[in-house]
Design a protein around this ligand. Structure first.
Ligand code: 5AD
Ligand code: SF4
Length: 447
């Protein structure tokens, strides 16, 4: 609640990077409606939660958070509480029933209705629910209001048509649709003018990107040639759609990071088939090799699910073996979480929680070992690091990322945030690298 005329909005984002991007779109619309962003929800006139449905835990967190807001609404009945994103899509009835203090529920394709909704609200309205999914909405020509930092997220396609049997995304985000190349290029040029130096192209399956003007490799080519784009990343490709053309373009540009986030999900062929993942473990291994042939030293990171319905001990061990063979630089590892409405949630051979937990711990051990091995191999080498922010541990140090997306901590010198510098790696501990700015040393020598 504010006592000036200026209204404040507050937004909290859960889940994936696409949600971060979408929150920036919502911010833009709120600011165009005269609201200012605030970081204290207790002082806000409008509170939004941009939610995630990918696993049960993400949903629980949001339910708890919403309950916290209930008392604010009692104090200030004109407060607007909005649930956005995947849970809105998926759980609208549940939310309407159990949380009557939620005013608006908007699915991922309905954010354009926000300005009208704010206008109409002065005439006292009831709950507003809009969770229709669109075949067309790509939020074109709407420049997001960016969070600070060196990296800018750019959505290039929305939705997913793959229907992996564990995944709720095709239901919450709808069908695949791609944004025109020119519109993406415009947004990135705009981002460069705003001072961003790294751009991450986002989509549920970036390499299913398809427009009359070109597919994903053509898009990469166009974006990488924009002046001022110091680094280009993308997330995530589907192993099935990684082709030679994409790898050729990647290897021909210095500013496209030598990093592929390649979700494995499982290393066992029967489970992969049951997941509807359309590749075998062997095909995945061949692809990982091919990526390294095109880009020696390329970092490969992944997502893995343990305890998918029916997964036996041996099948789980196949996943451990593939993880060891590829030697992933980093992995996001999850216990399977049953999502009502997906095909796998109907499978009767669900795995008990304790077994999932044990498998997760074993996989984490293998992966920590992988990360440390890969990072130790960098000790003594000089690599490019983008200076991103102050290190959490010390004001005297910077933290930045390698092309492979690993964090490096090093002493501050004359470099600034956004600089791409040469860092000599001196140590690797946990998942972090430690180094020294090579040119900083040089400056001392001449001085
Ligand atoms: N349970 C656990 N993990 C899941 N993911 C997607 N759906 C589920 C689920 N039901 C993971 C996948 C995906 C990542 C974004 O989240 O590994 O790649
Ligand atoms: Fe989900 Fe599979 Fe689509 Fe990724 S490819 S969003 S895991 S259905």
């Amino acid at each position: 609640m504010t006592h000036t005329n200026e209204k404040i909005y507050y937004i909290e984002t859960y889940g994936c990077q696409m949600n971060v991007y979408d929150s920036e779109l919502v911010s833009k619309m709120m600011e165009e409606c005269g609201y200012k962003k605030g970081d204290d929800y207790r002082k806000a006139d409008a509170i939004f939660l941009n939610t995630c449905s990918i696993r049960e835990k993400a949903e629980e967190t949001v339910h708890n958070r919403l309950e916290n807001f209930q008392y604010l609404k009692k104090k200030n009945p004109s407060l607007l509480i909005g649930v956005l994103g995947c849970m809105a899509q998926n759980l609208k009835d549940d939310i309407l029933d159990s949380k009557p203090y939620v005013d608006i529920i908007l699915g991922p394709d309905s954010y354009r209705s926000i300005p009208k909704l704010l206008k109409d609200r002065t005439n006292k309205m009831n709950h507003l629910v809009d969770t229709k999914l669109s075949k067309y909405e790509i939020y074109d020509e709407l420049f997001p209001s960016r969070n600070e930092g060196v990296n800018s997220w750019v959505s290039i396609m929305r939705g997913c048509d793959k229907f992996c049997t564990f995944c709720i995304v095709p239901f919450t985000r709808g069908r695949e649709r791609s944004r025109p190349i020119d519109s993406i290029v415009n947004e990135i040029k705009h981002g460069v003018e705003e001072g961003f130096v790294e751009f991450t192209l986002l989509g549920q399956n970036v390499n299913s990107y398809n427009t009359p003007d070109g597919k994903f490799p053509e898009l990469l080519d166009r974006v990488a040639s924009i002046e001022g784009v110091k680094r280009l990343r993308f997330s995530s490709p589907h192993p099935q759609d990684v082709d030679d053309h994409m790898l050729e373009v990647m290897s021909s540009y210095d500013n496209i990071c030598n990093h592929v986030h390649l979700p494995l999900q499982s290393g066992n062929d029967r489970i992969l088939k049951r997941m509807n993942r359309s590749y075998t473990s062997n095909e995945f291994l061949i692809l990982a090799d091919k990526i390294k042939q095109y880009m020696p030293g390329c970092s490969i990171t992944t997502d893995v699910i343990v305890g998918f319905p029916g997964e036996t001990e041996e099948e789980f061990e196949d996943t451990l073996n593939v993880a060891k063979k590829v030697g992933f630089n980093f992995a996001f590892m999850f216990k399977y979480s049953s999502r009502p409405g997906t095909k796998a949630s109907g499978y009767t051979d669900q795995i008990p929680e304790e077994i999932k937990q044990k498998r997760l711990e074993r996989l984490i051990d293998v992966q920590l070992d992988n990360t440390l091995k890969q990072n130790k191999a960098l000790v003594g080498k000089t690599i490019k690091v983008l200076v991103e922010k102050e290190s959490k541990k010390s004001k005297e140090q910077w933290a930045g990322r390698t092309e492979g997306n690993m964090w490096v901590v090093f002493d501050k010198g004359s470099e600034s945030v956004g600089d791409l510098i040469d860092v000599k790696i001196e140590d690797a501990r946990g998942v972090t690298l430690f180094g020294i700015n090579v040119n900083r040393e040089y400056k001392y020598e001449v001085a």
